[in-house]
Design a protein around this ligand. Structure first.
Ligand code: 3PG
Ligand code: CO
Length: 553
């Protein structure tokens, strides 16, 4: 039985309106021409930095500080928002899958037993993101799973690949497909009929999120389940090379692999098993619904084979989706959102569609919906659909700022929480000029929210979930930009391992509140206790320590 009552903070008052602003993809890095935050005009964020060290500092947002396997793992929004919301560091999907594969436990669980009952007569289909980005999936985990499943009776395997270029360099898809083909060839030598069956770029095929654009999932469904796509090839490496002539990895159109009679080699049929091998939830939930829900109506599936489906993880603990999974997800319980609601903190959360689940679902420990609808309001601003965000780099920053401002001025909420997506979503396109525009727009949204906080005598906390826009090129160890064989600058579309800023302020911030200097390694997980303090409460004992102290002067 959880005791939800939080102790009163000994000195800090309750009842101040607090704005909690998360800039997505906004890290701190040396100022050069590839640091879009530095290049952009960002007067608001610059002025906050003037408050260092008492009111501005850096915190860790990658690697072990957010529950990832190694210090080389860049941060991402899932683990970042989990840590921000939960106030503790949980071993995340990437690590849990590593452990389950290494120990072999993955093959002993209910999920694997369930799908393996199809191995005798059916095909095992593996669908997911093919890269070593470590954000949604990892190639080495797929390789181990292929080996493990074939050793345990899978005789016919079809892999449906989604090319990346977003968590890894654009163009790297070719190498990943080549690596996979070598593995599949080895399996074939051992008598397993293993092949790539279909593919497409992650942003155009299958991996939409937060129901922004169901057409993306439909394109994948048609290729994976029905064996239908506008492009047909007999070889996946060739497919990716050819399609790359007109699109980058993220946006490759769907293709199917066919035999000499032009027949798709691996549509999903009755009696087959399907595993989605991404461990991260947001971009697999929609496909999981299409695979699992009987009454699914988001698009016409045309063909609904009777399959046994398991996720690498369970993607949504509240919806129990999917019902079967190979590895149990982290049990992110007792999040700060749940505590605060129990303690009377009325909460408003807002972003545009592409990041909406970040400040709600991820924030609340991968849980859908409200804890208490009477205490909470979540507002989603529809994202632009069918464009790449370098075309509209301002995205909905202004609208998010306005919604937050209105929520603050309404005085109906104690916490107003937003995610401002620009630095991240535009940074992922690799378009440097557009990312500069994006950063400026994000800064303007922060300004708007801080002004509202000033009007109501409130407090603001401004931070970020991980780096992205502050570094747009791949670099060598000494920080010099790298060029490819043809002399072209290697653009970094992915996140980074840089720390992120956190700033506190506002007229409601009690005198004497400042950042402590005895948590130098503080990270995103330290923010929850900090915010609880600013709401007038002491965080639970097992939360990571607060970043602030109150000094009498
Ligand atoms: C994506 O899904 O867009 C990227 O892989 C990671 O971006 P995010 O972690 O910022 O959402
Ligand atoms: Co991102």
């Amino acid at each position: 039985q959880v005791s939800w009552k939080l102790a009163d903070h000994p000195t800090l008052p309750k009842g101040k309106t607090l704005a909690l602003i998360v800039l997505d993809g906004w890290g701190e890095y040396k100022p050069d021409e590839y640091n879009c935050i530095h290049v952009a005009q960002t007067p608001t964020m610059d002025s906050l930095k003037q408050g260092a060290p008492e009111k501005w500092r850096l915190i860790r947002a990658h690697g072990k500080a957010v529950g990832l396997p190694t210090e080389d793992d860049m941060g991402n929004s899932e683990v970042g928002h989990n840590a921000l919301g939960a106030g503790r560091i949980f071993a995340q999907g990437a690590k849990l899958v590593d452990i389950a594969l290494a120990s072999g436990k993955i093959y002993e669980g209910e999920g694997f037993k369930y799908i393996s009952e199809c191995f005798e007569k059916g095909t095992l289909h593996l669908i997911g993101l093919l890269s070593d980005g470590g954000v949604h999936s990892r190639l080495d985990q797929l390789q181990l799973l292929l080996k493990g499943a074939s050793e345990r009776g899978a005789k016919r395997i079809r892999v449906h690949i989604l090319t990346d270029g977003r968590d890894v360099l654009d163009g790297s898809s070719v190498g990943f497909v080549e690596t996979l083909e070598i593995d599949l060839a080895k399996l074939r030598e051992n008598g397993v009929d293993a092949r790539i069956a279909s593919g497409g770029g992650r942003m155009y095929v299958t991996m939409d999120r937060y129901e922004n654009d169901w057409d993306v999932v439909k394109r994948g469904w048609d290729a994976q389940v029905r064996g239908e796509a506008p492009h047909k090839f007999t070889n996946a490496v060739e497919a990716v090379k050819k399609l790359r002539e007109n699109a980058n990895d993220q946006y490759l159109p769907p293709f199917v692999i066919v035999d000499e009679n032009e027949k798709a080699v691996g549509p999903i049929e009755d009696g087959d098993a399907v595993v989605t091998f991404n461990f991260r939830a947001d971009r697999m939930v929609m496909l999981a619904k299409a695979l699992e829900h009987q009454d699914f109506d988001k698009f016409d599936r045309v063909k609904v084979p009777k399959i046994r489906y398991a996720g690498m993880l369970q993607y949504d603990g509240e919806l129990k989706l999917p019902g079967r999974y190979l590895v149990s997800p982290p049990e992110i319980d007792r999040t700060s959102g749940e505590y605060l609601v129990h303690n009377g903190v009325r909460t408003f959360a807002c972003s545009e569609t592409v990041k909406f689940g970040h400040v709600t679902f991820f924030w609340n420990g991968n849980r859908s919906g409200y804890f208490n609808p009477e205490m909470e309001e979540y507002a989603e601003i529809p994202s632009d659909v069918g464009i790449t965000f370098n075309v509209q780099p301002k995205m909905k920053a202004l609208e998010i700022g306005e919604k937050a401002r209105d929520a603050i001025l309404s005085r109906k909420f104690d916490q107003v929480r937003v995610n401002i997506p620009n630095g991240d979503m535009v940074g992922h396109t690799g378009d440097i000029q557009a990312t500069v525009v994006a950063c400026k727009a994000a800064d303007e949204a922060v300004k708007m929210i801080i002004e509202a906080i000033e009007q109501v005598g409130g407090i603001y906390v401004v931070t970020a979930d991980h780096g992205n826009a502050e570094d747009m090129v791949k670099r060598n160890k000494s920080g010099q930009p790298l060029y490819d064989k043809s002399g072209k600058l290697q653009i970094l579309t992915s996140h980074t391992c840089q720390p992120v800023p956190i700033a506190i302020g506002g007229p409601g911030l009690a005198a004497g509140v400042r950042f402590r200097n005895d948590v130098p390694d503080g990270g995103l997980a330290n923010v929850a206790a900090t915010v609880m303090n600013l709401h007038g409460y002491v965080a639970p004992n097992d939360y990571e320590p607060t970043l602030i102290e109150v000094v009498n002067n």
